[in-house]
Design a protein around this ligand. Structure first.
Ligand code: GUN
Length: 281
């Protein structure tokens, strides 16, 4: 079994991006910038945002975090987004989710200029992705896609099973694989006989949030298995795939941690640079 080392591949991607940022600085005398809005004090969000800022600075991007208290009014956030949309030094804007209940997530997402939408959550980008046009692509499925392509460059005709139908992961993942001429099935928690659906997959992407749901007898021999899950359990953090047993059947498998996670942040940096390049057009 080939262990897909997301940590190493993400480090390589960050190195490539750093070179690109250096070239941009030389050529355009400008620095691509990422601004993250963090509302409230949820610990996981604080950790994610800190890691995003650290990685952005390491490759030479300008990076800024705007922090608001939990009880900030929605209108204040919308006004700040308007300001950032106009600010030429800001290439990408990310509002860290989840948001407090009194703030309308969709309203916030739709206020971000689609050209600065590094998350790829704006309906304009969602529509472009599903139409096969150029768009920002959500960071986690983009990271999964890059890992799959490194393992198997020609995906044409492969059967891909996506477990999970979220806007963040499952749906954009399916679109990316469709673009590569895969035959894609999106499954989810209500799918009947999920095990037999999975068994048909040359590629299986588990993004459903159920600890170690996918077992060895769900996986076709020599399938590629990508584990998006991050589940806290008594025995520590585990993915949606039973790693030990599935590693005996799969051709390639991502570990948790150290698989998809590091690719997500690297892809956020990639998206920030893409937004900068789009701003030049
Ligand atoms: N919270 C957890 N993952 C994400 C993400 O990819 N983007 C944003 N904006 N918030 C998140």
């Amino acid at each position: 079994m080939n262990l897909i080392d997301g940590k190493k591949i993400a480090a390589e991607l960050r190195n490539e991006l750093k070179v690109e940022v250096d070239e941009i600085k030389k050529k355009f005398k400008k620095v691509p910038g990422l601004t993250v809005i963090l509302i409230g004090d949820l610990t996981p969000s604080q950790i994610y945002v800190r890691n995003k800022e650290k990685s952005a600075k390491e490759i030479g991007l300008k990076s800024e975090i705007i922090k608001y208290p939990e009880d900030i009014q929605e209108i204040s956030v919308l006004n700040k987004i308007d300001e950032l949309n106009k600010d030429e030094t800001v290439s990408g804007i990310l509002v860290q989710l989840p948001l407090p209940d009194h703030i309308d997530k969709q309203k916030i997402i739709e206020r971000i200029n689609p050209d600065k939408d590094v998350d790829g959550f704006h309906p304009y980008n969602v529509g472009n992705l599903s139409s096969g046009y150029e768009s920002s692509v959500p960071c986690t499925p983009l990271g999964c896609y890059l890992l799959i392509k490194r393992t198997e460059p020609n995906l044409s005709g492969k059967k891909a099973i996506v477990i999970g139908r979220s806007n963040l992961n499952g749906k954009p993942m399916a679109q990316l694989l469709l673009k590569e001429n895969c035959t894609v099935t999106i499954t989810h928690s209500k799918t009947k006989d999920l095990k037999n659906e999975c068994l048909k997959g040359d590629i299986v992407i588990a993004a459903v949030g159920i600890p170690e749901l996918v077992k060895a007898d769900w996986i076709k021999k020599d399938a590629i298995v990508i584990d998006v899950g991050i589940n806290k359990t008594d025995k520590g953090i585990v993915g949606d795939v039973a790693f030990e047993e599935v590693s005996k059947v799969a051709k390639a498998l991502t570990p948790v941690p150290g698989g998809v996670g590091p690719m997500t942040i690297a892809c956020l940096l990639k998206n920030t640079i893409e937004c900068f390049k789009r701003s030049l057009k």
